[in-house]
Write a protein that binds this ligand. Structure first.
Ligand code: HEC
Length: 135
């Protein structure tokens, strides 16, 4: 006859979530990925939020004709590719360059504030998009 031992059941029901939590906390790279995504979020708020809504808790920023980051990562199958190459996609080349690139000629309209990124910033922004996609 099998009668479940309540103490054993309790111990098991606690052990599994605990083990999962410990594993998640010690998974190599988990912490680093999270830091990268956080940096991507900060960069997005700083550089992208004047056009895009970049986070679910920032609905009042951005301009409505520009797709939100949440829409982009949900609606597009190739969102990862698009985030990795956004800097080459219109309209971004008009206001963005990388550190070390030649300065723009002064023919730029003065109304567009220029954004200067580093290449590794794109990696952080993709990590942030990845986190948004998972939410
Ligand atoms: C000056 C306004 C503006 C800023 C600033 C801006 N974007 Fe955009 N972005 C747009 C518009 C408008 C579109 C939609 C373009 C279209 O549909 O053709 C877009 C589209 C995109 C897309 C989809 C591209 C595609 O081809 O589908 C990505 C990804 C993106 N932006 C990422 C970013 C990131 C990351 C930043 C900040 C580093 C940023 N954007 C800053 C205006 C902006």
């Amino acid at each position: 006859m099998t009668r479940s031992n309540p103490r054993l059941t309790l111990a098991l029901s606690l052990a599994l979530p605990l083990a999962t939590a410990l594993l998640a906390a010690s998974a190599p790279g988990a912490r680093a990925d999270d830091d990268l995504a956080e940096r991507g979020k900060a960069l997005s708020r700083q550089h992208c939020a004047r056009c895009h809504v970049v986070a679910p808790d920032d609905r009042m920023t951005g301009i409505s004709s520009t797709p939100s980051f949440m829409i982009l990562v949900e609606a597009l199958d190739d969102w990862r590719e698009r985030f990795a190459t956004f800097h080459a996609r219109l309209p971004h080349p008009a206001h963005l360059r990388f550190e070390g690139d030649a300065e723009r000629p002064d023919t730029q309209p003065a109304t567009i504030a220029e954004v200067i990124l580093r290449y590794e910033d794109v990696e952080a922004i993709v990590a942030y998009a990845e986190r948004l996609h998972g939410e």
